[in-house]
Write a protein that binds this ligand. Sequence first.
Ligand SMILES: C[S@@+](CC[C@H](N)C(=O)[O-])C[C@H]1O[C@@H](n2cnc3c(N)ncnc32)[C@H](O)[C@@H]1O
Length: 222
Amino acid sequence: MHKIPEFRKNDRYKRSSYRAYNWKMPPIYDSSVMKVGKLIDLLDETVLREMPSNDFSIRILDVGCATGRLLYKLAKHGYTNLSGVDLAPRIIEVARKKLSNFKVNLDLKTADSEDDLPWPDNSFDIITLTGVIHHFYRLNDALKEAYRVLDKQGKLIILDPWFPIIIRQIVNSWLYFFPHDGDFRFYTPKRIDKTLTEIGLKNTRHRRKCILTYIITGEKIC
Ligand SMILES: C[S@@+](CC[C@H](N)C(=O)[O-])C[C@H]1O[C@@H](n2cnc3c(N)ncnc32)[C@H](O)[C@@H]1O
């Protein structure tokens, strides 16, 4: 039996993520994602295109890796240093199983990435957060932590859903009171861009992708 993390008082968003991704999602997450069909492949491809194609030994961390779908695709493309972190230990076990046949340096850990990532400073060349930041209540803390473990010249890649303003406001108001499977708040790319710039990332760029998604990247140049 896994130890249940100690949630902060009233941290109902995280409780909701944990409940969903530790208990409900492990057996059904991959098939539910596949329901959106080719779209998910297209979005993963967008992230994969941000990786350097001449160095397969770069150190990659996927934050909120869930069942390891992205890590699996990275391994298939030949990347060999792969790490993942998720709040939910049971979903991490699905990722571990999925990647067990690849000869890669795999480091999967359970942690709350809004608190601290269990790696030393400057540990990774690329950090990805796909479909995760809308779970964050303490967005700045989570992004600062990602910045800390990103190496100099490293790149942060964020991909998350995008909604027109009215829809976003309605959805966010609803989620504030009734978090759904840990979904807490859909941020605008502008807000994320501003936060990344404030924490010190350079060359931030955001663009919309497949109508209802945006991707944003930034580099740690110091
Ligand atoms: C919607 S899923 C996205 C999974 C995956 N990245 C993908 O692209 O399909 C969100 C994941 O983030 C994890 N998560 C949510 N809050 C987290 C936190 N504070 N720290 C680490 N993982 C978190 C959840 O447990 C869940 O596995």
